[in-house]
Design a protein around this ligand. Structure first.
Ligand code: B3K
Ligand code: ZN
Length: 875
């Protein structure tokens, strides 16, 4: 039996591996309900190991060991021990060949980790520790080896046999079987291992890299779906060109393969030369995928491709360094998206996600630094903190260094560490050495959990024509202050930026300046300021902090209309809307009417009036803050009041501008063939935001318009916008549209997910009953992660129904966590994270949440994944 309370792994306990494995030769034989894996490992003692007499300890899970031999001699039972997690050999020579034969049933593997079956064949997922479910190995990223793989399987059922690297041989076998041998020229950590045996359709194209090297690009999809593979191929080529142009990085392989699979635990995986993707991030056709889906595909294809350098060529020494590859690669994909679409809109969306997911994480029981210092289950640490806050840390380095020095730092990083498994310190050191910029205060971001608060107060001295900004930072846990880059501008009363001149600084520095905040409190005095300005603080969201800028509503309305920094123009509107909604919450609770200041409504009117300048940006400005973000702003979150106040604000704006929204809905119609480009998608986004406002009125005119739109729509973006509106409306059109949708799309799994999701996230009463009945729908399957997420995780993300005051939402989700844990602990553990913020709610809700969490904790055979999350939540 595995230890039910596994111990935490600590960063400070890191020691180099006792043995290294120079090469791995795998022979994989696929039969009915069984895979047999024969491994030949070239093992030697690590000269850098602390102790030269350590036993050989190999990781292995869910494996049946058939035989084990050293240098061709089978080991007798007394020469090794095997338990649930390890194979130990006490006496191992200095260098030897280890051969092992193991067996398991990939069709019984519902964890989708290691080697597992999906509809069209067999696939792998090894990061972080899945390789140990394929064979016994020293399964840690600082053990890098050269791999050769031979796959054998039935020809009819598994026509494609793939593994990392290049195919070097293939042939036929008895019994209608065939085989293929692959060799990966690059040494790699085991988490980047991949193989596939499946029946798939293939789209392929040639590519010539900047230096003239030829490569074959392949996208493998489920049979019959080749018409949905084109955009992924297009995205891959764009990403390859971008990495060449921006970072000077080229593909280093002869063949780059992408395989899409319908059962997958996350978005995608960057295995060397053989990326494996969730179908959600590959398949797209105008009538099946929304603009947002296309955007996501573009981003994820690029992200995984970018890992080929940031992650694969230079990898992580240990899993505490995960942000070394993830934070950096997210930063790279964010920059790619900003270049390919609208920079301002991309930044807004990234910050919105950061606030909706990372800020709450950093304030809850799972809070951890971007480089965590302990974990029980590493899969629980593929978090918004490691990824998105990690990317913000890289962005701060970029902001402090500037574009060219940052690029020099990247070049130096690759020059020093190509082919190595390294740490976050190695990265910052390369950045510092290449630029000469002192990063000591910035490095502290790697080891501190929590979101820092920055307070800024400005005082204008008319006589001296000076503006003094006093800025403070706090993280509430002591320790030395962080280095925070604070980008600021000063907006004059006429709405024009005032040129910035810091006292004592000879040169003027344009209209935006990055202030170096290194102390707990600092003052900055700007001179030659001819009129009282409104400070525009944290432009472009230059640091992942919570800002208290001390601005009045009038200041914010001014910025909302005039700020030259688009991010802050958007942000001013968000802060104002937040103030109005939170004041509304208090009013509602006191039984008073909710007030909506005219100045705000008029500023919204100006957004609408000037929307054609940048429709996508206008749509972002019209979106009210998410309920989850609003909940974080309250001492004790009140989901019902937040929902109601937000709804009323939206309705009031809608009623005031009904004609204009109707006009925008007509005016921004996109004609001609569908394209997911930023321009067309931006117009659709504004058009659908307008529809959303009209449906906030939810009268028969609005419903008729929406239903008509639903029937008229020719692309999935417009279809879903209408369907989601109808799913939140009690009118008869709702059931008609949902019925028509399912009938039309029941054979497209990703579209059926949308149908489930729209219902599970509806804010209508009785949504929980609906969700329960969806679980009994013939198309529901708890074993398919996308389907489970479309219903369960989607429902658990709703503010009103998950947090229902009677505790029914909590109880339901707790039951589902337990049911899911028996199938797939990683997916279950994600669902359990819905409880993270339970202490932010009132005593009644807390009592229900505690009960639900305790019921999970007491479930029999709980995984360490869910155990860690629930244990931390109950604290
Ligand atoms: N590196 C993978 C994530 C692996 C998650 C393991 N639980 C995808 C990515 O971040 O690119
Ligand atoms: Zn990644």
């Amino acid at each position: 039996m595995r230890d039910p309370n596994p111990k935490a792994v600590l960063l400070r306990d890191y020691t180099p591996p006792a043995f290294l494995i120079d090469s791995v030769d795998l022979d994989v034989d696929v039969r009915e309900k069984q895979a047999t894996i024969r491994s030949r490992l070239a093992v030697r003692r690590n000269p850098a190991a602390k102790d030269a007499a350590q036993p050989l300890v190999l990781d292995g899970r869910h494996l049946e060991l058939v035989s084990v031999a050293i240098d061709g001699r089978a080991l007798a039972p007394g020469e090794y021990t095997v338990d649930e997690d390890h194979l130990r050999i006490a006496e191992a020579p200095a260098a030897f060949t280890l051969e092992a034969v193991v067996r398991f049933d990939p069709w019984a593997n519902t964890r989708l980790e290691g080697f597992y079956a999906s509809k069209d064949g067999l696939f792998t997922q090894c990061e972080a520790q899945g390789f140990r479910c394929i064979t016994y190995f020293i399964d840690r990223p600082d053990v890098m080896s050269r791999y050769t793989v031979t796959l054998h399987a039935g020809r009819e059922r598994f026509p494609h046999l793939l593994a990392n690297g290049n195919q070097v041989a293939k042939g036929e076998e008895d019994g209608e079987r065939h085989w293929a041998k692959w060799e990966d020229p690059f040494p790699k950590p085991s988490y980047l291992f991949a193989m596939v045996a499946a029946k798939l359709d293939l789209l392929e194209e040639g590519f010539v890299t900047r230096s003239g090297r030829k490569a074959l690009l392949q996208v493998y999809v489920e049979p019959g779906k080749i018409d949905q593979a084109g955009f992924a191929m297009h995205a891959l080529k764009k990403a390859m060109r971008w990495d060449e142009a921006v970072f000077g990085l080229e593909l280093d392989l002869e063949r780059f393969m992408i395989v899409a699979v319908g059962d997958f635990n996350m978005g995608a995986m960057e295995n060397k030369g053989l990326n494996i993707f969730n179908t959600k991030y590959i398949l797209a056709r105008p009538d099946t995928a929304t603009d947002y889906d296309y955007y996501g595909i573009d981003k994820v294809v690029a992200h995984e491709y970018f890992h080929n350098w940031t992650g694969n060529r230079v990898t992580c020494r240990d899993w505490f360094q995960l942000t070394l590859k993830e934070g950096l690669t997210v930063f790279r994909d964010q920059e790619y998206s900003a270049d390919e679409y609208s920079r301002a809109v991309a930044r807004i969306q990234d910050v919105r996600d950061l606030r909706a997911y990372q800020f709450p994480e950093d304030a809850g029981p799972m809070a951890h630094p971007v480089r965590p210092d302990s974990y029980v289950e590493i899969n629980n640490f593929y978090t918004a903190t490691v990824y998105e806050k990690g990317a913000e840390v890289i962005r701060m380095i970029y902001t402090l260094l500037g574009r060219e020095p940052f690029r020099k730092g990247m070049d130096l990083y690759f020059e020093r560490h190509d082919g190595q498994a390294v740490t976050c310190d190695d990265f910052t050191q390369a950045m510092q050495d290449a630029s000469g910029v002192d990063l000591s205060g910035l490095r502290r971001w790697y080891s501190r959990a929590g979101t820092p608060r920055v307070t800024a107060r400005g005082v204008y001295d008319e006589a001296a024509q000076a503006f003094t900004l006093t800025v403070g930072q706090s993280l509430g846990q002591g320790g030395e202050p962080l280095h925070i880059p604070l980008a600021v501008g000063l907006v004059g009363p006429d709405g024009v930026d005032i040129p910035l001149r810091l006292e004592g600084d000879a040169a003027a520095s344009g209209t935006t300046r990055v202030l170096d905040l290194r102390e707990a409190e600092q003052q900055f005095r700007f001179v030659e300021v001819t009129a009282r300005p409104v400070p525009s603080l944290l432009r472009g969201f230059s640091a992942p902090v919570v800002l208290d800028g001390g601005l009045t509503d009038a200041d914010l309305t001014h910025l909302m209309t005039h700020d030259s920094d688009p991010f802050n123009r958007w942000e001013a509107g968000q802060v104002l809307a937040t103030r109005i909604i939170l004041a509304g919450v208090e009013a509602l609770k006191a039984g008073k009417p909710m007030e909506v200041p005219t100045a705000y409504v008029e500023a919204v009117g100006r957004i609408l009036a000037s929307a054609s300048r940048d429709p996508a940006f206008a749509a972002e400005c019209l979106a009210l803050p998410d309920e989850a973000i609003l909940a974080e702003q309250m001492e004790v979150a009140d989901p019902d009041a937040i929902h109601e106040a937000r709804r009323r604000l939206k309705r009031e704006i809608a009623e005031r501008y009904r004609t204009r929204f109707e006009g925008a809905f007509r005016h921004f119609t996109v004609t001609g063939p569908y394209s997911p480009d930023a321009n067309a998608a931006g117009r659709r986004s504004l058009r659908n935001a307008s529809l959303g406002y009209l449906m906030a009125i939810d009268d028969s005119t609005a419903r008729a318009l929406t239903f008509l739109e639903y029937r008229r729509a020719e692309n999935m973006t417009d279809t879903m916008a209408a369907l989601e509106c109808l799913a939140n409306s009690a009118g008869a059109e709702r059931e008609r549209a949902l019925g028509m949708f399912y009938e039309k799309w029941k054979d497209e799994a990703l579209v059926v997910d949308k149908w489930f999701r729209a219902q599970a996230t509806s804010d209508l009463p009785k949504t929980l009953d609906r969700v329960k009945s969806l679980l009994a729908h013939p198309a529901f399957d708890l074993r398919n992660p996308n389907r489970a997420r479309a219903v369960l995780h989607a429902f658990a993300g709703t503010a009103v129904h998950f947090h229902a005051a009677d505790g029914e939402g909590y109880r339901f989700v707790a039951e589902q966590v337990v049911a899911l844990d028996r199938i797939n602990p990683q997916i279950a553990s994600r669902l359990a994270r819905a409880f993270d913020r339970w202490k932010k709610y009132d005593a009644g809700r807390q009592a229900h949440a505690r009960g639900a969490l305790e019921s999970i904790r007491s479930a029999e055979g709980l995984s360490s994944d869910v155990g860690e999350v629930v244990g931390r939540a109950l604290g």
